[in-house]
Design a protein around this ligand. Structure first.
Ligand code: PRP
Length: 212
């Protein structure tokens, strides 16, 4: 969990029902950037030496994994989050998946949604890639598990990271049960999923609040 005070303050703004569309979207972009920093902290670093314009050697570091990142955005709420992530992983290859929870076939209170996936465009995933799947809300985990099933057909990455903003214990456990090797980054773990499958207290419908 990302407990950086700035991330928590931004999340508080996102939760506030009075936060309007532009500020909401900007908040998600900022969280994407912060999440990028957190992910980088978990990457291996190697020591290198460079020569400065003064002709003097300086010791420093290089993060090789920065250049081996594939980011998948789950439409549409992940778009601003990915905009932030890309500021950190500027060289990332990117893909999109359009996924929708089928509310029509959902029985109230059920923690399982049918997921309709209508578009998948994913680059080839290589063995030294870090795969980051971005979706701000991880409620029942139905969406992310369905998305991973499709995305992992494109190759086996070195790491699988789920970038979420609010998750639930149920959703996290489900993802880890089906994809034990995945790592979940989130800014909050909320206590409840309501009858309609919304995270409570949550922040409402992230897609609607970001894009209208
Ligand atoms: C929401 C949200 C996530 C998903 C999370 O999408 O954006 O993708 O639900 O819930 P889950 O973990 O229970 O699957 P929704 O299907 O409502 O579509 P939308 O983003 O287009 O609103």
């Amino acid at each position: 969990m990302i407990d950086h005070p700035l991330a928590q303050a931004i999340l508080t703004t996102l939760r506030n029902r009075d936060t309007k569309q532009i500020e909401f979207r900007k908040g998600l972009v900022r969280l994407g950037r912060l999440m990028g920093y957190e992910i980088v902290k978990s990457m291996d670093i190697e020591n290198v030496e460079v020569e400065t314009p003064l002709g003097v050697k300086a010791r420093g570091v290089r993060i090789r994994d920065l250049d081996h990142v594939v980011i998948i955005q789950v439409l549409r709420a992940a778009m601003p989050l990915v905009e932030g992530l890309v500021k950190i992983f500027a060289n990332a290859r990117m893909g999109v998946v359009s996924a929708r929870r089928v509310e029509e076939s959902h029985s109230p209170g059920s923690l399982d949604f049918d997921i309709e996936i209508t578009y998948v465009k994913v680059p080839r995933i290589l063995g030294d890639d870090t795969l980051i799947v971005a979706d701000p809300m991880l409620a029942t985990g139905s969406t992310i598990t369905a998305v991973l099933k499709h995305v992992l057909k494109y190759g086996s990455p070195k790491r699988v990271i789920i970038a979420s903003v609010i998750a639930t214990k149920y959703g996290i456990e489900r993802v880890l049960r089906e994809y034990p090797f995945s790592e979940i980054y989130t800014v909050a773990i909320d206590p409840e999923i309501n009858e309609r499958g919304y995270i409570v207290p949550g922040l409402g419908d992230a897609g609607d609040r970001a894009f209208g």
